[in-house]
Design a protein around this ligand. Structure first.
Ligand code: PTJ
Length: 251
């Protein structure tokens, strides 16, 4: 048991969720490695939601509210880290959850779908269509979901599917703590924030923006510049490290 008084309680609980996810056959073993990379970036971002991330989260919600067929893609990490908030977000945005995994097996997809349904989610997991131009498991999609979606939210993505989704003419919103990744650079909106903060933030934002009219939402989207957001994220890492280095010199 992890005591609440532990200085890294939140971080350790997050790890426990992923380990439990692996034991239940939901999270891929590789998901633990991917999370470790994410933790590293989170650490040098000060483990908080920066203003640039909040702006991206707000734009993402506006974009999904404006969409005809928004879809939230869910993999084995996302499913165990934020199941309740994914269900809330899906309901407010009227965007179905679709199971889409890199390390594909029908058994894993079924387990992830059942897990999310346990939280009251409506889940697309037919795996009855394929995206052309991809050879790995993420090509397998649902014909009612990602295949026909105009906006797709892709947490913890790999760059090549992001690229293929763009080639299909879809708008892509990524959640990725690494602002240097190919996904981060390919996406239309990149949320450089930990998924455990980003999705709950998006639920709060969606509660507010759902009452906005189309013109107000369009204005939010039009004012957004993803390259500027990525620049700010990279500079935030630089500034964090500079501050830490200065502190060490002074101590
Ligand atoms: O469940 P599957 O089979 O789809 O597999 C999922 C993983 C995550 C294993 C797969 O998509 C993968 O290998 O992803 P990558 O290419 O390692 O990319 C994951 C990205 O997500 C990296 O850039 C990490 O920095 C980032 N990341 C990891 N944990 C988090 C995160 N971003 C936000 N929040 C996190 N908690």
């Amino acid at each position: 048991m992890i005591p609440k008084s532990h200085p890294r309680y939140e971080s350790l609980i997050t790890r426990e969720k992923l380990v439990e996810g692996v034991k239940r056959g939901i999270t891929a073993l590789q998901g633990l490695i991917a999370h470790g990379r994410g933790e590293m970036f989170d650490y040098v971002l000060g483990e908080k939601t920066h203003e640039f991330a909040w702006i991206a989260e707000r734009t993402a919600v506006a974009m999904m509210l404006l969409a005809d067929h928004p879809v939230i893609s869910v993999n084995g990490n996302t499913a165990v880290l934020v199941p309740e908030d994914l269900v809330k977000l899906s309901e407010i945005l009227n965007a179905p959850l679709e199971v889409n995994v890199f390390h594909f097996s029908r058994e894993r997809v079924r387990r992830i779908a059942e897990y999310l349904e346990g939280f009251g989610a409506k889940v697309l997991a037919n795996c009855d269509a394929e995206l052309e131009g991809l050879e790995h498991g993420r090509r397998i999609v649902d014909s009612r979901g990602i295949l026909i979606a105009d906006v797709v939210l892709v947490p913890l993505e790999d760059g090549d599917r992001c690229e293929v989704l763009k080639r299909y003419g879809k708008k892509v919103i990524a959640i990725d703590l690494n602002p240097l990744s190919r996904t981060a650079r390919m996406a239309d909106v990149t949320i450089v924030d930990n998924i455990v903060r980003a999705v709950p933030n998006m639920v709060k934002i969606a509660e507010e923006l759902k009452d906005y009219n189309r013109n107000e939402l369009i204005e939010i989207v039009n004012n957004y510049d993803n390259r500027e957001i990525l620049r700010r994220a990279i500079e935030a890492i630089r500034d964090y490290l500079t501050k830490k280095a200065d502190k060490i010199l002074l101590s």
